[in-house]
Design a protein around this ligand. Structure first.
Ligand code: HEM
Length: 129
């Protein structure tokens, strides 16, 4: 009986731990700080792009995508969570598309995707800031 209880407790802890860690992870994400990091990264991306450095442009785009991803785990300060995630995932997708374009050294396409990222930023700020 005692063994069964211990087993049940262990199973409960095993399954509830990820929930607790997700909770504390959410609280640790600071939107303002993340956005400032995104701004600096986006400036670097644009500078590398202007210098025709496709490697650094791609690295910056991946950095940007990595900064954005954790924001999909938290609730927006205002507005719908579903729409928040749609915008953030669209931003990540455009980073990937721009990296693909960098592989082809296709500056026109990279420019298009960087422009799209700026649009997503503007719309995101109108809706959620
Ligand atoms: C490359 C894209 C983006 C850049 C460079 C950017 C940059 C910034 C900057 C510099 C701030 C001011 C942060 C501060 O000093 O407190 C800010 C705030 C904010 N941004 Fe963005 N942003 C981007 C995209 C987005 C998107 C897509 C969304 C929503 C889906 C969004 C939502 C917000 C919100 C809610 C704030 C207010 C944060 C706060 O005051 O706590 N941003 N952003």
């Amino acid at each position: 009986m005692k063994k069964t209880m211990i087993l049940y407790c262990a199973i409960f802890l095993l399954f509830s731990l990820p929930l607790f860690s997700e909770e504390s992870e959410n609280k640790n994400i600071n939107i303002g700080q993340t956005m400032r990091n995104m701004m600096n990264t986006f400036i670097n991306i644009n500078q590398s792009f202007k210098a025709n450095d496709y490697f650094e442009t791609s690295e910056g785009l991946m950095d940007l995508a990595k900064l954005v991803k954790p924001l999909t785990k938290i609730n927006p300060p205002k507005g719908s969570k579903e729409q928040w995630n749609t915008f953030l995932n669209e931003l990540i997708k455009n980073c990937f598309l721009a990296i693909g374009a960098a592989a082809d050294e296709n500056s026109e396409a990279i420019k298009k995707y960087l422009g799209r990222i700026s649009e997503i930023q503007k719309q995101g700020h109108t809706l959620f800031r």
